[in-house]
Design a protein around this ligand. Structure first.
Ligand SMILES: Nc1ncnc2c1ncn2[C@@H]1O[C@H](COP(=O)(O)OP(=O)(O)OP(=O)(O)O)[C@@H](O)[C@H]1O
Length: 328
């Protein structure tokens, strides 16, 4: 029987997730009971330097997996390779990866997205010069590709456009960006940009969303809201794979953690055990000595509330200043 493409809602229950991951072997490349992504022999060299050399990785369907590792470990290059934005040096020489049972070895980036594996993109200069809703519509176009093009000729374009716009409106409301709909994306705050990047990726109803540093440049108040959004996607049955440097965030939301160092997968396991793994500590310390491997106390509700209050006070101050300027 074909495996379901979306995980059962049962994984919204933390106890069910703990039970599921407790059955995974905490070793690099370990097998998973229902992997949505299976990667074999992905090597990428730049000149004589091996940036990525992942022999085997399985990503379990329906949970949040974090991909961590020190600077230069190869995480972004790995994301680029499996989403078709770069080509492995091992292509044709044993490189193989499959998503939801479908081989993606020779697949273009747009076909990977259509298969349901969608990554977020940082807002480039060009995207920043477009409005929020235009970004959302473009997100749909990226993913719908040929089908959308064909439908324009079939005369169903208007209907489809209306449907897409309705979906964009719904997502913008969910991510509290609706009031910004007609603003330029470039005018959004760091956190709002991250929300837009996520909303844009969701326009294609992905099965797995891949987030590259979703918390970078986000203020503490929005961090909590972004974390909540990521968790709700998982609770609705989506698989999440994310690269993140902030270990507090990794500890807070990951169900499972995979660690890369010098291009290789060096550890896998639940966050707490991975972060006390000697190979992981060595990899981080070897790369840079000041890494904070995360102290959960800093993410307590009380701390988050304090930070949220601080941010609210700063925002109120800024608004008052802007108002005063407007009256002048
Ligand atoms: N286009 C390229 N040409 C040459 N070297 C590259 C290229 N892209 C990446 N590299 C090198 O490959 C290695 C892995 O880089 P990558 O950006 O994938 O690491 P990363 O784990 O994402 O790092 P960070 O956490 O700092 O973003 C680094 O040594 C980087 O300098």
């Amino acid at each position: 029987m074909a495996s379901p493409s979306v995980a059962p809602r049962g994984l919204a229950d933390p106890a069910a997730r703990r039970e599921l991951v407790s059955g995974f072997e905490a070793t690099p490349g370990s097998g998973k009971p229902d992997p949505i992504l299976v990667v074999d022999n992905i090597v990428r060299q730049f000149g004589g330097m091996t940036a990525v050399d992942v022999q085997h990785l399985e990503v379990q369907r329906g949970i949040i997996t974090a991909l961590i590792g020190p600077n230069g470990a190869g995480k972004t290059t790995f994301f680029n390779l499996i989403t078709g934005f770069d080509k492995p040096t091992s292509a044709g020489k044993g490189a193989h990866w499959a998503f939801d049972g479908r081989t993606l070895d020779k697949t273009s980036a747009s076909s990977v997205a259509r298969a349901g594996m969608v990554r977020t993109f940082q807002l480039t200069k060009a995207l920043s010069a477009m409005t929020v809703i235009e970004n959302m519509m473009l997100g749909a176009q990226d993913q719908a590709g040929e089908n959308l093009f064909k439908s324009m000729f079939r005369g169903t374009w208007r209907k489809q456009e209306r449907e897409i716009e309705a979906k964009a409106d719904e997502l913008l409301a969910r991510f509290k960006l609706h009031e910004k709909k007609d603003d330029y994306a470039g005018s959004l705050s760091g956190g709002q940009r991250k929300l837009l990047e996520m909303a844009r990726a969701l326009m294609s109803d992905p099965k797995m969303i891949m987030l590259d540093e979703p918390m970078a440049g986000v203020n503490p108040a929005l961090t909590q809201s972004l974390l909540g959004h990521i968790q709700s996607l998982r609770d609705e049955g989506m698989t999440v794979l994310f690269v993140e440097h902030d270990m507090h965030v990794v500890r807070h939301i990951s169900d499972w953690v995979a660690v890369m160092a010098e291009g290789r997968l060096v550890a896998e396991g639940p966050a707490e055990s991975v972060m006390s793994d000697q190979a992981v500590i060595d990899a981080y310390l070897g790369a840079h000595h000041d890494t904070d491997l995360g102290d959960d106390a800093l993410l307590s509700d009380e701390t988050m509330e304090e930070l949220a209050e601080q941010v609210a006070a700063e925002e109120a101050e800024r608004e008052a200043e802007e108002e005063a300027e407007g009256l002048r």
